[in-house]
Design a protein around this ligand. Structure first.
Ligand code: ZN
Length: 352
């Protein structure tokens, strides 16, 4: 059986660091130990680097799954960022069979049809059939003035709860307050773009709305979208108050990736959070265990143990970055996270 050995790295698996080697045999991790020797040419020296579970991006847009204007190549968007599990946050095409061809483990949110101020679920049975167990729930673009307060949101939440599904809500420029959204969502639902700076943003009540949401079991997700759906002044305020998101996600699209020459992705988002003061282990949790839990995959995604199929080797590099939000506020640093190796099913699918 083909072997792949990762030597000398610092293993992080949700709780502290320890120096360990990791061995893949075939598609799976078969050994994690202090000093593993293996007769293979496929070795990676992870000295000075962090060996961790394959990362999870719970909000991105995949080519031939989301609409064409958004959909980005899955492997090109994920592997250089150490992402081995991802969620499409507004799937309209492809089906379970097609999604199964991706080396990135995946799941989807779909959108109910919106007509004359109301959601209807005419397309639900069709989506349910085509995506099968990959369907996590509904993504709502709760943006603009075509909504009668929280009523349409309430209806989707009730429908989703009845079906055992989740609701992920786009909150930038929402017509209702973040507190109203928090009061309407059910436990397990997700607020994305939680740190936007548009009307009804979370800084307006000093993040009480997001604290209330968290108490209820609602997931607080960044959904960066490059410089578009996160206001760095709002985000910095939250970090200063030590209010950290549960999950960091990229909202990666063709636009956000390509205007940054392909460099934008989950690692970029993690770097922004680090620069603004989120502690490193909180960052790591938000893209592994927390993210897995947020999408109900805690038994399969975001862990590194015997039997796992993915590993990411990450480090803090001396490559500077700089990003300016819509309001003109810039976040920059002379250090950034970089993926040095991504292994999926025992194969190195990316290395720096
Ligand atoms: Zn999105």
């Amino acid at each position: 059986m083909d072997k792949f050995l990762i030597k000398n790295g610092m293993l992080w698996n949700g709780n502290g660091f320890s120096k360990k080697d990791v061995l893949f045999e075939g598609k799976h991790v078969t050994k994690i130990d202090d000093n593993i020797e293996a007769d293979t040419l496929r070795k990676f020296d992870a000295s000075g680097l962090i060996v961790m579970p394959g990362l999870i991006d719970i909000h991105m847009h995949m080519r031939n799954v989301s609409i064409d204007a958004f959909g980005t190549d899955v492997s090109a968007g994920c592997f250089p960022n150490g992402v081995t599990c991802a969620v499409d946050a507004s799937a309209v095409s492809g089906d379970k069979e097609f999604l199964d061809t991706f080396a990135v483990k995946n799941a989807v949110f779909v959108s109910p049809t919106f007509n004359n101020g109301n959601y209807n679920f005419d397309n639900f049975e069709q989506y349910n059939k085509s995506y099968g167990d990959k369907l996590l729930g509904f993504k709502l673009f709760y943006d603009g003035d075509n909504f009668d307060g929280v009523t349409p949101l309430k209806e989707v939440c009730a429908f989703a709860k009845d079906k055992g599904l989740k609701v992920m809500v786009h909150t930038n420029n929402s017509p209702v307050s973040m507190m109203d959204i928090a009061k309407t969502l059910n436990s397990g639902d997700i607020i994305t773009h939680a740190f936007h700076g548009g009307r009804n943003n979370a800084a307006e009540d000093n993040f009480e709305c997001l604290k209330f949401a968290r108490e209820k079991g609602i997931v607080i997700d960044t959904g960066f979208a490059g410089h578009v759906h996160t206001d760095f002044t709002v985000l910095k305020k939250a970090m200063d108050a030590k209010f950290y998101p549960d999950t960091i996600s990229s909202d990666l699209t063709r636009a956000s990736a390509f205007i940054r020459f392909g460099r934008y992705g989950l690692n970029y988002c993690m770097s922004i959070m680090r620069t603004l003061g989120m502690p490193e282990e909180e960052i790591f949790l938000s893209v592994t265990k927390n993210a897995a839990k947020a999408v109900g995959k805690e038994n399969d995604w975001g862990t590194l143990e015997i039997g796992s199929t993915a590993v990411t080797v990450l480090g803090l590099s001396n490559e500077p970055y700089s990003i300016t939000d819509k309001m003109g506020k810039t976040v920059s640093d002379n250090k950034s996270y970089r993926t040095y190796l991504t292994v999926v099913n025992g194969d190195a699918v990316y290395s720096y």
